[in-house]
Design a protein around this ligand. Sequence first.
Ligand code: MOS
Length: 720
Amino acid sequence: MTAAPFNDRARVDAYDKVRGVTQYAADIQFPRMLYAMTVPSRVAKGRMTAIVTDAAMQVPGVVRILTPADFPPPPEPTGEDGPPPPPPTLEMEIAYRGQPIALVLAETLEAAVQGAEAIRQRFADAPFSSVIDSEGSKREPVEDWVAGNAEQAMAGAVTTIEASYESPTQHHNPIELLTTTAVWADGRLTIYECSQGVNVTKGSVAAALRLDPAIVDVKSAYIGGGFGQKGLAQRQTALVAQAAILTGRPVKLVSPRGQIFHVATYRPNSRHKVQIGVDVNGKMIAANYHAEHEQSRTGFFSPAEYHESPIRMYGIENYRGTAANIRIDRQAPGYMRAPHPQASCFAFESAVDELAHKLGRDPVAFRIENDTQIDHKTGNPLSSRFLNECLIEGARRFGWERRSAMPGSMKADDGTQIGWGVAAGCYPSMMPPAIATLRINANGSTRFATSGHEMGQGIRTAIAAILVEGLDISTDKLEVVIGDTTAAPQHMTAGSWGTAGAIPATAKAVERMRAAVAELLEGRQIAGNLHQQLASVRRPFLQVEVSEVGPGQNADAIAALRQGGFVVAGPEYPDFTTMSYIAHFVEVRIEPRTRRIRMPRVVSIADCGRVISPRTAESQIRGGVVWAFSAALREATEIDPRFGGYLNNDLADYVVAVNADIGEIDVGFVDKPDLLANSVGLKGLGEVAMVGASAAIANAVFHATGKRLRELPIRIEHLL
Ligand code: MOS
């Protein structure tokens, strides 16, 4: 392939989406379908002693109620190397408030809801801990991330800074609710679900219900926002599948948002203690960083990963990263866009800003001078890093040279305080293996099937860009089949590796197809596009299959992919480390009387290697910046320590950013291919988009007011 920039293209699915034609999982209907509703536990911990269903069964339309007695006991753990255990089904033991204890099936949604409300639960309660500081919480250290000798280097530092930061419990609320429809027919179970990992769903349902995975198919054609909530197995899936098997009827569950708060992944409350030291030349030479977060009693979402970005931000040769889980009685936290770096780069990039201020240095110049091309964790080179280019271009577009350095020195005529802040971020660039089949038909249609999930980020648009730039095919009958276990082996799509998985395989399929066409036509020039050329030699179709692996992977990865395994390469590849980078420049304005904080403009410049789909890539960054604003200034989940549940578990009370809060978001890309990372030269983008932006906002608030706020969300009351 050439390295020329890709053209801007409209989303291939835009027209269908705006007309409401696109079918999401909850849109699917079947004859004789039953509606399901889960019943949440009203206690946070204990053992259920009775579940009384008589009144619920009297509700007209209620057909059946599933209780723990309807499920097999949990499977034996498979050991360290095996897949994670499936989520529990229904159990008598209660581990957190909101845990599903029963599933009501009815002829209508209304009857299912009424039935669910009529169920009575009795418990032998047990004491519980619901927040990080509760009595009974248990601290559990995890492995350290270390480079060099931070203790020794810190002792030799001429200036140091030390501060503690905190990010609250936050919940993601994709517009699409968690939803599963299951159909049991002719000895096969088919699941329609909004899933970022249809094969994960397949394996986990099979394990939970003791089914042969070979009889389970899972389809997730479109997702209305994933963000990690839909990556691992979902809490409701096996319940709905068992209901379909036991009743012999299709069953649909659309989980209510209030319940999703209690069962799905969320961003845990985390605390970050950061110490950074610089030498006489103003170079950052040492960092000590301790991170800890709230965790369920059995959850595995590791706090060690808070270090994955800070350790690769600057050329700090001596880094000591420690971390701990604090185990309490809530559901497990987990993946939520930029899962660890959102919180850790808020902390770290705030600390870097504090350090620059203490040194009297411009925070852009200070970052530029602390550039590196080395991953000090491994000692290997970074395969590409253009953070300085991001900082320089961002500063130029933003007009950074017009900033007056003194905090509180920029004001509008009406007294509005103006703050200009900067921060940067990075995120691992990873790559799963992929298998792809491309079939071009003489009748004008094309079918391309591979591993991937369309969460709205635009993976189909990126795939289509590669296909139509490389092959003369018509686009009106181009079908891209992804998120379907029956179409191609499926790998989970998360961690910003969707494009890195699908696009190099697509590019390889294009190359293979061009070779196949050349061979078929034996070098003759035939008029028309590929479909017409096939027709003129009376070939009904031409099909190629290719596979692609990440750097350092071999055929074992392809075999593992076929088995439904989790086989991601990177960001530490055998000879190098690959990270994506971004720089954010933010203006905040603080209204003088109400102290309301708004963000009229942002410039964000990213280094994600080669940009495949400019329009959807820009959209990713806008979304990330909006969420970073929301995370910095609005969002916090309120936990009730008396009962263990969430108080603001709906979109009325869980406050998020709105249009009026944010003005222009100007997005740019370095757009330089990283050809070590993969054949196409792209790096991940979805998560790095958000990383560092909350710090840029907090740094701008400091610049506007002189107040350093180290706890999110920053709200009006903190500026009074
Ligand atoms: Mo992402 S939080 O790994 O889908």
